[in-house]
Write a protein that binds this ligand. Structure first.
Ligand code: GLY
Length: 577
């Protein structure tokens, strides 16, 4: 059976369950999916998913719901949901047109290429982990405003206010968030009094599940954004608060930086795999380019015949990952600053050349593959704490959004008087010019720090269509693992006919060129498979969970959405209007 046919068969299986579920509560049915003909919102926070669904119920479209969900996540999912960070949104309208919104943070105008190097030339990682030098100029509020201005249907105020009310009235903490906040307040936030004031419990004790978290300053800030628009954040009193806090504490972001920030609408990266059309994020995210490059390479092999979990298929996936990630390091950065061979990197002819260079039985050496950029020489870190939400509305408009503070709780700095956390995204730049090493640090020119530049990202919000109709909405957090997670979810559905639940649940593999190590989620593959891969020359290790890929598969014929939250995260939920 061809892959295409198999995909269609599986799709038919999905359809058979629909009548069982329509009209039921927004809980997963026996297939583990939530099914809806009225639209669907899936995010990492059940409260935020419900906010998005309520906007759909009020007649909002997928973009209105996305804006509302994003602002709600800034309240209920403070580790990554944000207004002090940035991200990317891919939008596909029911008429098939698609676009992307880039609201990635920018380096402050006073930043320099070597600002994170100490006197001995080593990267001072504490400066990008927490504190006032870590944040880039936030993009989220301008990004959401741009998406809403272009495509929203409901008034701005109506989609922002639910988040303001959540913050002001408070919400009950689940056990995961109570534990995480208690830890952060006691540790990384304790140097920042405004952060402890915002997120600490008034009596100084540790948060418990069921406690109510009220975020009064954040509520006031969100209320101002709801009633006065994004400008209050970039040129009004919120901008004044950020700049004053930065000035007091040795940070770089000024009122000029904030006033100059613009979100950008950019043409998507497009690809094709097994008859499916992929719409995904262009630079300054590396995600779309690298994912399309990988899928193009893999399309040269009959993976279905080899089997999804065979050593042969896994070997080819690792080799495709290795090649896409070396190109990521070699070429990719902010398109407003660097010229990139994007057409070539995403072309099938380039993939054909790369595919022909893969040895079917032996691992390629990553060092050898990238010897033009590797320097002999610190362990690179890239944080996992980002968050994805996926939305379709009843008409088939779709939004895939990934946004982040970079590390969990970003810089851990809450802006005094404004109540929100700032990102630590500056760490996503290449911090040491020229140093690209076996541990995974990258020092290539494309992503060096320059004033006003956007740092390279791996976020890969993605929408897939077939025959001109919406098929899938997906994306994930996970630092550099994001691209592989999203690629694998797309591959599972489009190449192996998995439904949304199967595609999300399937164990994940990661290889990022350097360090030259393939990691599988724990117990993902048989010992004999690991042995075979090792015999081919791969270094194979186990890891904990990889990603959090909330995914919707849409049956355009019946306009039915099948949502699979990623059960790797504790409070994720698909919500129907
Ligand atoms: N901070 C995660 C990313 O941008 O890829």
């Amino acid at each position: 059976m061809s892959m295409h046919l198999r995909a269609r068969c599986a799709f038919a299986v999905v359809m058979t369950i629909a009548p069982l579920s329509i009209g039921a509560q927004a809980t997963a049915d026996s297939t583990g999916m939530v099914v809806s003909r009225n639209g669907l919102v899936i995010s990492s926070s059940s409260i935020a998913s419900d906010v998005g669904a309520s906007i759909l119920r009020k007649g909002g479209n997928a973009v209105d719901a996305a804006v509302a969900t994003a602002f709600a996540l800034a309240v209920t999912y403070p580790g990554a949901g944000n207004i002090g960070g940035g991200g990317f949104m891919v939008i596909r309208l029911k008429n098939g047109t698609a676009t992307t919104i880039d609201y990635r943070e920018r380096a402050p105008l006073a930043s320099t290429r070597t600002m994170y190097l100490d006197s001995t030339g080593h990267i001072n990682r504490s400066l990008t982990a927490t504190g006032y030098l870590a944040p880039g100029v936030p993009g989220t509020v301008r990004g959401l405003a741009l998406a809403h201005r272009r495509f929203g249907k409901l008034p701005w105020r109506d989609v922002v206010l639910p988040a303001a009310q959540l913050a002001s009235r408070g919400f009950a903490l689940d056990s995961g968030l109570a534990r995480s906040l208690a830890r952060e307040v006691a540790q990384a936030m304790k140097s920042y009094p405004a952060s402890v004031a915002a997120y600490g419990k008034r009596d100084g004790s540790a948060w418990q599940a069921g406690d109510t978290l009220v975020l009064a300053d954040l509520g006031r800030t969100l209320n101002a954004i709801a009633t006065r628009g994004a400008d209050v954040f970039y040129t009004g009193w919120i901008a004044d608060s950020i700049a004053a806090d930065m000035h007091r504490n040795g940070g770089l972001i000024t009122k000029k930086d904030l006033a100059a920030y613009r979100a950008r609408e950019r043409a998507p990266i497009r690809g094709r795999y097994n008859g499916y059309d992929i719409v995904t994020m262009p630079p300054p995210s590396s995600g779309g380019v690298a994912m399309v490059e990988m899928l193009n390479i893999l399309s040269h092999f009959d993976l279905e015949k080899q089997g999804r979990w065979s050593p042969e298929t896994l070997h080819l996936m690792i080799e495709a990952m290795r090649r896409a990630y070396v190109d990521r390091a070699r070429y990719l950065g902010d398109p407003d600053f660097v010229k990139m061979p994007l057409t070539r990197l995403t072309s099938s002819s380039y993939a054909a050349t790369l595919a022909s260079q893969i040895d079917r039985t032996h691992a390629t050496s990553s060092i050898e593959l990238g010897k033009d950029i590797v320097t002999p020489s610190s362990v690179a870190t890239e944080s996992d704490e980002t968050t994805q939400f996926s939305i379709v509305d009843k008409d088939g408009n779709a939004v895939s959004n990934t946004f982040t503070l970079e590390g969990g709780y970003g810089s851990h700095v809450v802006v005094r008087g404004a109540g929100f956390l700032l990102n630590n995204e500056m760490g996503d730049f290449n911090k040491k010019p020229g140093d690209t090493n076996a541990q995974g640090d990258i020092g290539t020119p494309a992503n060096l720090i320059d004033p006003g530049k956007r740092m390279l990202s791996s976020m890969t919000p993605t929408i897939v269509a077939r025959n001109g109709r919406l098929f899938m909405v997906t994306g994930s957090p996970g630092g550099r693992t994001i691209i592989n997670t999203v690629m694998e979810v797309v591959l599972n559905a489009t190449g192996f006919g998995m439904n949304a639940r199967e595609a999300v649940d399937a164990p994940r593999l990661h290889h990022q060129w350097l360090p030259d190590v393939a990691t599988f989620e724990r117990d993902a593959v048989a010992d004999s498979t690991v042995s075979r891969l090792r015999a081919m020359g791969h270094t194979v290790e186990q890891r904990g969970r990889q990603g959090d890929a909330h995914t919707i598969i849409f049956d355009a014929k019946t306009k039915t959405a099948y949502g699979a939250n990623d059960r790797r995260s504790s409070d994720s939920k698909a919500a129907r209007p």
